[in-house]
Design a protein around this ligand. Structure first.
Ligand SMILES: Nc1ncnc2c1ncn2[C@@H]1O[C@H](COP(=O)(O)OP(=O)(O)O)[C@@H](O)[C@H]1O
Ligand SMILES: N[C@@H](CC(=O)OP(=O)(O)O)C(=O)O
Length: 422
């Protein structure tokens, strides 16, 4: 039996009607059985849903935002479908359901659970539109609700996968369908043991593709992007980038750990464990090879730049005239863990601990209030964390020109700088 192929199309590859048409052409030339297509929300719809949630939380009017979001999806449909097509009432129906959810009360306490009930609408809409369009093009695919496959715990917004249950569902429910037809489903969303919607963390659709691939013992995963593959820096920020023809799992995982947003950080591990290759390819040039990530890659180390924006540097100084000890670090990590905050950089001195974290709604104030008894705290927001792997020291100073450096750390192959533009 042929092994399953998993394709993942992110927001950029379904951002408008021409993009959906392009996706259909990619599928047309590659369609076969044992084929899973994972799609994300269209364009920046998830950000727009987050904006609606923020307004709702602040008790402000979000009706205009909902209208714009609905108009955006209907305008795409008008370009893709003939008048009277079934997709139009389906889209309307999703917005009725969304409105119904938005009529429920929200508070800071139930925010994460509420968020997961709302935020997945982007994927539900997108997957319906793409599925109907493929069928209109005689590319028959079945629509599958990912929440019936991806089983998670109840850690809303950052749900952890129950691999055993998910595998069972994929083998029992998805595999038989795949032998008949290709299946199209959503990235990013799952459900907990009570059937409540959960999400895997922002940009988690790449991870969904990896979860499904591992659970189906797939042959490969391809994630289709608006870049030629994995480059040694983000081409939207840096010039003269170089494409990696191949990377081994460890190199790729390291890049994602430091924040190379082209691949979601959780994607590599399940694929590496199962020995499933990951292709990162351009949906604009689908016949080009892109980057192959697998275990036998022979890539020479190349200076690689990774930039993480919206960083907060928090400096915690001990107040009891002692020096930094394990107990202080433990205390800080305990709180970070409770708030599900990951440390992107850590530095200790005799009397202080400096940590760099992502900016996240409510989290900084919660961290400060939890630790204020033990430490004197100062923080700087709006910073960038620059990581350079295998730095080329001759060209390195250019990266700091015009920037104020807040924190610096280097090992043999890695330099990290926290900076802000002057
Ligand atoms: N090292 C890198 N190589 C290629 N692209 C990168 C890299 N680092 C960041 N990117 C960015 O990742 C983007 C693609 O990822 P993403 O926006 O998450 O895609 P999608 O949401 O469509 O799946 C590119 O447009 C590029 O700006
Ligand atoms: N739509 C979700 C999930 C996702 O993975 O999207 P994308 O594939 O466009 O990064 C988000 O924006 O977070």
């Amino acid at each position: 039996m042929t092994k399953t192929l998993v394709y993942k199309f992110g927001g950029a590859s379904v951002k408008d009607a021409p993009a959906v048409k392009n996706l259909a052409e990619i599928i047309r030339n590659r369609l076969r059985n044992n084929f899973v297509i994972v799609v994300s929300a269209m364009g920046k719809s998830t950000n727009q849903l987050e904006a609606i949630l923020s307004l709702k939380l602040a008790n402000q009017d979000f009706s205009q935002n909902s209208t714009i979001l609905k108009g955006f999806h209907l305008a795409i449909c008008s370009e893709l479908f003939p008048e009277g097509h079934v997709i139009f009432p389906k889209v309307e129906n999703y917005f009725i359901q969304l409105q119904h959810e938005l009529n429920q009360p929200i508070s800071k306490e139930n925010y994460d659970e509420y968020y997961d009930r709302i935020i997945g609408f982007g994927e539900l809409l997108s997957s319906r539109i793409v599925m109907e369009y493929l069928c209109l093009q005689n590319l028959l695919v079945l629509w599958q609700d990912a929440r019936e496959l991806i089983c998670t715990d109840s850690d809303f917004r950052f749900a952890r996968v129950d691999w055993g249950k998910t595998r069972k569902k994929c083998q029992a429910q998805l595999k038989p369908k795949l032998e008949q037809f290709p299946v199209l489903t959503q990235g990013f969303i799952g459900s907990d043991s009570k059937g409540r919607p959960t999400t895997l963390g922002r940009e988690g659709s790449d991870f969904t593709a990896a979860i499904l691939a591992a659970s189906l013992d797939a042959g490969s995963v391809t994630i289709w992007k608006d870049v030629p593959g994995v480059l040694n820096a983000d081409p939207k920020i840096f010039n003269d980038t170089t494409l990696f023809a191949e990377l081994d799992y460890q190199q790729a995982a390291q890049m994602t750990f430091y924040g190379a947003s082209v691949i979601h950080p959780k994607t590599i591990k399940p694929l590496a464990n199962a020995g499933i290759p990951l292709f990162v390819k351009s949906f604009l040039h689908p016949d080009e090879a892109g980057t192959k990530i697998h275990s036998q890659a022979k890539a020479d180390p190349l200076p690689t730049i990774i930039l993480k924006k919206d960083q907060i540097l928090v400096s915690l100084k001990v107040t009891d005239f002692t020096f930094i000890e394990e107990k202080h670090i433990h205390r800080v990590y305990e709180q970070l863990q409770a708030l599900k905050l990951r440390v992107n950089m850590l530095q200790t001195s005799a009397i202080s601990i400096s940590i760099v974290i992502d900016s996240q709604l409510f989290k900084l104030e919660q961290l400060l209030s939890a630790l204020k008894k033990d430490f004197e705290i100062r923080y700087n927001e709006g910073l960038e964390l620059l990581t350079v792997l295998y730095p080329d020291m001759a060209s390195f100073p250019q990266l700091l020109e015009g920037y104020q450096v807040y924190l610096e750390q280097s090992t043999r192959h890695t330099v990290q700088i926290v900076r802000r533009i002057n």
